[in-house]
Every structure is written in structure tokens, then in C-alpha cells.
Design a protein around this ligand. Structure first.
Ligand SMILES: [Zn+2]
Length: 317
């Protein structure tokens, strides 16, 4: 049973917001674009794996978590975690196109594309071993007697594995179901009740990765962020405030609440508080009265008084 279902990572979404507000000639533009491409590919792979896991049937109780982050020695961010009365299994999901070679000493993943281009990635073997080790520590601390297994899972057949790692299990998406059916069971190590408690513990201990506002996390100068309200029809940043409405000078559309998306973007990438003057600048308003009306929005929470009044975004319930 899926207890934490697939969702895109907020980090990828924030990167997509950021790139729209950076000039193409910004020194980090291409890096960020490449990171979005990799993260999006990763998300697509994880979604495909989760779709398979939704269909899995086993003769015992099991719980599946997508994208779970637990704090052990450090924060471990597992793509997929499965717990059962017999074992726990971590899946490290990869969506890397091309011919792939795992090397040891040093441990790397080398990819060759059809055009001969070669790229070197950090080895998922090392990462998976680290997660297994740290999850094991966490289980020991909480007296959970489950053995922990891991597998690197390739989501699509566009990955061709030329040389596998020596000890680590490699699965394709189609092998997930038979692999789970063949897992050794025997005498259960947890009762169903204990397994339910472990599920609740993991959900409660999950720490959402919160690198926001993003420009502080990835060190981008706030001055390089393009300010203005974004048009949802043509993506122009720089809609004009007209009475009771926003007007796009490019596609000539009107949109009454266009500022709401821009407010969300501001808190996601730019700053975690907004004053009246910051609102005027970021939304390119003409005066403080327009900002006051916009800041009365129900999405925002007010703190402080008069000159010190600031607004934060209301956290989702
Ligand atoms: Zn437009």
C-alpha cells in the first residue's frame, strides 16, 4: 500500500520559477537549466517506478513511501522506501539515457551517448550504501530488527547497462514486481501492529527538504532576479497594473489575480518576508496603496506593526 504517494519535488518547481526570472546571460543560467533537466528526468523516472509499485500485491502487509527524508547521522533522502514485517528496501531510482558503466576504484557511473559524448556521474552505489548504513543506525536506535536492502532501479529502457556494479542489485522497472515477490520472508520480525507503528513513525519523522528562498540556498544575487508580475498566457514578466486588473502589453490579455502566482514565486525564490515597499518593487506597482490592497490577500500572514509590518506566505494546511 502506498502511504506517501508520488509528488514532484518542490525544489525542481522552484528552480523552474527561478530560471524564468534570470537573464539568459547570467553566469549560472546554463548550470541551472541543466539541473532542471536532470531533476525533471529524475521525477519522471520516480513517477514511473511508483506507478509499478501501485500495482504490487504481496501476501503480507507492506508500505511504500515516495521521496522520504529522514534524519540519521545526516539527512538521507530516499527516492523510494518500502517497509514490510520482514525487511526494508530502499530504491534509488535513475533515469539516465545511454550506455552506462559502473566502475570501482574510484566508484563512478560513466555514461556514453550515441554521439560519443561521455559524462561521469557520482556513483549511485556509494549513495545507496550510505542510505542503507544510516537507515540501519536509525532502526537500531529505535529497536527495529528489520534487515535493510537496497537496489538501484533504472526507470526506462533508454538506459543500457554495459557493466553492473559487483555487489549492488540493479533492477529495471519491469523487474521490480518479480524481485519483490522473491524476497526472502520466513518468520515475521514485526507484527502488523508494529509495522503500522513504524509507518507512522516514518511519516512523522519525515523532514521536507526546504531550500527556500531558493536564491539564498544556491547563492544567487537578488539583484539579478527579474521583477514583475508574470502573464500566465505568454509568460511575459512585466504585466501592468490597471484598475482592478492586470494587463499584458505583449499578448494584450487581462488577468484579475495575476499577482497571486507572483507572490508565491517571490516567497519561493526571493525572500521569506515582504514589506509594502518590497511588494511595490517586485510587482512594479505605482504606489503604496496598490501594495496595501494586494497584501490584504488571504494567502499572506501579517506580522509587526506600522513601519515594521511584514508579510509571510501562509504555510499550506
Ligand atoms: Zn501575456
Amino acid at each position: 500500500m502506498i502511504v506517501k504517494k508520488y509528488s514532484t519535488t518542490p525544489y525542481t518547481e522552484a528552480l523552474k520559477v527561478l530560471i524564468k526570472r534570470l537573464n539568459r546571460n547570467h553566469p549560472r543560467y546554463l548550470d541551472i537549466k541543466e539541473e532542471i533537466r536532470q531533476k525533471t528526468a529524475g521525477d519522471i523516472g520516480e513517477e514511473a517506478v511508483m506507478r509499478i509499485l501501485e500495482q504490487v500485491k504481496l501476501p503480507y502487509r507492506f508500505y511504500v513511501f515516495h521521496n522520504i527524508s529522514l534524519f540519521s547521522e545526516s539527512l538521507i533522502q530516499m527516492d523510494v522506501l518500502i517497509i514490510t514485517p520482514y525487511y526494508a528496501l530502499i530504491l534509488e531510482v535513475k533515469n539516465i539515457r545511454g550506455e552506462l558503466t559502473f566502475t570501482t576504484n574510484p566508484s563512478q557511473l560513466i555514461r556514453q551517448l550515441e554521439n560519443g559524448e561521455i559524462n561521469v556521474f557520482d556513483s549511485p552505489v556509494i549513495q545507496l550504501e550510505e542510505y542503507e548504513y544510516q537507515l540501519n543506525l536509525l532502526f537500531q536506535k529505535n529497536n527495529i530488527p528489520l534487515p535493510i536492502f537496497g537496489a538501484i532501479t533504472f526507470a526506462f529502457s533508454t538506459s543500457y547497462i554495459k557493466a553492473s556494479p559487483l555487489k549492488t542489485t540493479i533492477l529495471t522497472r519491469k523487474q521490480i514486481k518479480p524481485f519483490l515477490r522473491k524476497m526472502k520472508t520466513g518468520k515475521p520480525l514485526l507484527t502488523n501492529n508494529e509495522l503500522d507503528n513504524l509507518k507512522n513513525y516514518i511519516l512523522k519523522a519525515h523532514k521536507e527538504f526546504q531550500p527556500f528562498p531558493l536564491i539564498s540556498y544556491i547563492s544567487i544575487n537578488p539583484d539579478s532576479i527579474i521583477q514583475g508580475v508574470e502573464c500566465s498566457y505568454c509568460s511575459l514578466i512585466g504585466m501592468k497594473k490597471v484598475q482592478h486588473n492586470w494587463f499584458c502589453p505583449k499578448c494584450k490579455n487581462y488577468q484579475r489575480n495575476a499577482h497571486e502566482k507572483t507572490l508565491i514565486d517571490y516567497f519561493l525564490i526571493y525572500k521569506n518576508t515582504m514589506s509594502n515597499i518590497e511588494c511595490q518593487h517586485f510587482l512594479k506597482l505605482d504606489n503604496k496603496h496598490q501594495a496595501t490592497r494586494i497584501l490584504k490577500n488571504t494567502m499572506l500572514v501579517k506580522t509587526g506593526r506600522s513601519r515594521n509590518t511584514k508579510y509571510n506566505i501562509r504555510s499550506p494546511q
